[in-house]
Design a protein around this ligand. Structure first.
Ligand SMILES: Cc1ncc(COP(=O)(O)O)c(C=O)c1O
Length: 388
């Protein structure tokens, strides 16, 4: 049996996969089992933030593997303390809860918001406003939070307590706010929803209402966070800091990890026994996280991300087959004139390039340390496909 046959026989078929068996990767390139090379413009959906097997990251992870691979949260580790301190210092948050994925980070954010409100105001102030076209994960609570009907199938009953507001519609927001609301949860740039950026006016109105009514802002920065947009957090572009920010994807450079950051109001919201995760704050993941954060915060790194992003955008915008380029930094959505995004992604694989899609757009989430020459080689392929 070859790998694809074996895979399809034994692994639950819950994904549509391309017929490509990945074998190894180095830098921004990976190789399949037939030794074909691919330039990576997807980073495993924004997760391999430093590309494949970055040597500083690999050294940090491997040395931790040889030292202490897991520790229950009954005890302390220096590596978790170091990462927590660094993350809080760089983002300006007061405390962090570590978990293992984006959906779990959002579950944590939802629980924290409800507990904050319960502790202060009692029952019946538990509703969370989420936006149409959002995506917050695949667990029952995060699916319920996700503002897309296409995700509200099969698994009934979904959870109560989520109210959808039209994205970028201040009137709808004002109409739906009442005394039952404890939080508003947003993605500054909706990734899965099609790389759509929230307007400054809408974000300002959210923060104004939340400040006035002691409603918490939850920023889902799972896709936008940790340098993806050219700033450590995308909220910085709006001049905002949410009460709670959820992170995952690129945070540990490809090791499963999620994190929930808490600001002043909520920094002590969980007390012993109210939330937990066996693997949360795993030492290997924290070692990976330390290596990623050190690199992203090193001098000039984020300036480079912005320079590269500009180069991507300038070249793409020149193509007559591109209607518009959305997103911020290295979170790039390409609206196409004639081609179908899924056809482009499949064709790109044949030509040695990995890209993503989001709704009708081609989506690029390249490794943050991609080099200009690699950007140009990948864009030559992509633009050729679009204009071919
Ligand atoms: C904005 C956002 N939130 C949550 C998630 C869920 O993350 P995970 O797949 O790690 O559970 C994703 C994943 O794509 C995401 O983009």
């Amino acid at each position: 049996m070859d790998t694809i046959e074996k895979f399809n026989s034994y692994v639950m078929q819950s994904y549509g996969r391309y017929p490509l068996v990945m074998e190894n990767g180095y830098g921004r390139q990976c190789t399949d089992e037939k030794n074909m090379k691919y330039i990576d413009f997807g980073s495993g959906i924004g997760t391999n933030s430093l590309g494949f097997c970055d040597s500083d990251w690999a050294d940090a992870v491997c040395s931790q593997v040889r030292k202490l691979q897991h520790n229950s949260n009954y005890y302390y580790t220096a590596v978790q303390a170091d990462f927590a301190e660094k993350l809080c210092r760089e983002t300006g948050y007061q405390s962090v809860f570590f978990c293992n994925s984006g959906a779990e980070a959002n579950e944590c954010a939802i629980k924290a918001a409800r507990k904050y409100s319960f502790d202060k105001y009692g029952k019946n102030r538990h509703n969370i406003i989420t936006l149409t076209n959002s995506f917050h994960g695949r667990t029952m609570a995060t699916l319920s939070a996700t503002g897309q009907d296409v995700f509200h199938n099969y698994f009934f009953p979904f959870l109560d307590g989520f109210i959808n507001v039209q994205t970028n519609d201040c009137n709808d927001l004002r109409e739906k706010i009442d005394d039952s609301v404890c939080a508003i949860m947003i993605e500054y740039i909706q990734g899965e929803g099609g790389v759509n950026t929230l307007s400054q006016e809408f974000v300002d109105e959210i923060y104004r209402i939340c400040a006035e009514k002691d409603i918490l802002v939850i920023a889902d920065e799972i896709q936008t966070g940790i340098g993806r947009t050219g700033k450590l957090l995308a909220g910085e572009y709006y001049g905002k800091k949410a009460d709670i920010t959820s992170l995952a994807k690129g945070i540990a450079g490809g090791i499963p990890m999620g994190a929930c950051l808490f600001g002043e109001k909520v920094k002590n919201v969980f007390t012993a026994g109210t939330h937990g995760s066996t693997f949360g704050g795993n030492p290997i993941a924290c070692a990976g996280g330390n290596a990623v954060l050190d690199k992203i915060m090193s001098d000039g790194f984020l300036d480079d991300v912005n320079r590269k992003a500009e180069h991507f955008r300038k070249r793409l915008e020149k193509s007559p087959e591109v209607v518009s380029v959305s997103g911020i930094g290295l979170m790039i959505g390409i609206e196409l004139k004639n081609k179908k995004a899924s056809d482009v992604a499949a064709k790109a694989i044949e030509k040695g390039l990995l890209v993503l899609t989001a709704k009708s757009k081609v989506r690029l989430l390249p490794p943050l340390n991609i080099e200009m020459s690699e950007i140009d080689s990948g864009l030559d392929i992509l633009i050729d496909i679009l204009e071919g």
